[in-house]
Design a binder for this molecule. Sequence first.
Ligand SMILES: Nc1ncnc2c1ncn2[C@@H]1O[C@H](COP(=O)(O)OP(=O)(O)OP(=O)(O)O)[C@@H](O)[C@H]1O
Length: 332
Amino acid sequence: MAFGVSTDIGIDLGTASILVYIKGKGVVLKEPSVVAYDRNTNEIKAIGEEARMMIGRTPGNIVAIRPLKQGVIADYTITEKMIRYFIQKAIGKRTFRKPRICVCVPSQITEVERKAVEDATFNAGAREVYLVEEPLAAAIGAGIDITKPCGNMIVDIGGGTTDVAVISLAGTVVSESIKVAGDDFNEAIVRYMRKKHNLLIGERTGEEIKIKIGTCYPRQEELAIDVRGRNLVTGLPKTVTITSEETLEALSESANQIVEAVHMVLEKTPPELAADISDRGIVLTGGGALLTGLEQLLEERLGITTMTAEEPTTCVAVGTGKYMEVMNSIRD
Ligand SMILES: Nc1ncnc2c1ncn2[C@@H]1O[C@H](COP(=O)(O)OP(=O)(O)OP(=O)(O)O)[C@@H](O)[C@H]1O
């Protein structure tokens, strides 16, 4: 990078992972939003992937935490250090000119929380800071032109939250956020295995089942996998075969809550914009949108064409990085 040239950076501050996008380069970094620090001295021991590896493998005084819970800054000082670390890792230290940084925040965030994110980003080394609401960033990342007076519906299903928003003229017209998303699907599978098979499995196994065979709409062909866990009756290891049909039952409640949230937003949408959505369809983004059957379920229940963005997990980061350009194009 040449000296004096400023960099535009977009940061997707997710609860589970942080993604950094650099203009001209794309998503350059994706790491877990975890920080490991020494409880006695408050000294930070590791950040990101290295910190995640430390979970459960460190002496008692070193603890690994996720400073962002439900996308909001829960521990300010640690978050600031984490942002600083990721910026430096992404752009290196060889630049004199501080970067312009755009950070995406949940749409329901309070003024105090906005200020906390802004201050943390300035203190972490930004020249200018922009905040963009997550659904707007997701829409830009999905390739939607948000500047037109036309209604678009985005359903961003992350790990912890699902954001449903109707966007027009670069603003959010109606939105709803629920704390049901990808991680709830994992938990639902864990609960199902305990109840139906007396089998105790961990959340990671729950996620693996979801990704490999999980569905929230009947599959054309039935899939099955063997799952290892602990028999709750005997306390001994046990293997059970679970089918995609069973995951349909396990996931239906959480999936229905997402359908309900979308329904609620549609009910509150002004008629002209609702007509646009019915023409253009609903766009799904976020890793949670990768669950098989979600598109079909929404289409069947709401009667509106539904499609998933091309790269659902990086949409928000890409859109956050491009937000500054989009806003400049409106002003010009
Ligand atoms: N192939 C897949 N099938 C189903 N779910 C998946 C798949 N890949 C990832 N996921 C789920 O996506 C979720 C994470 O999505 P994402 O990375 O968008 O979350 P995030 O942005 O960190 O979360 P949040 O927006 O809540 O802060 C997890 O629940 C993960 O299990």
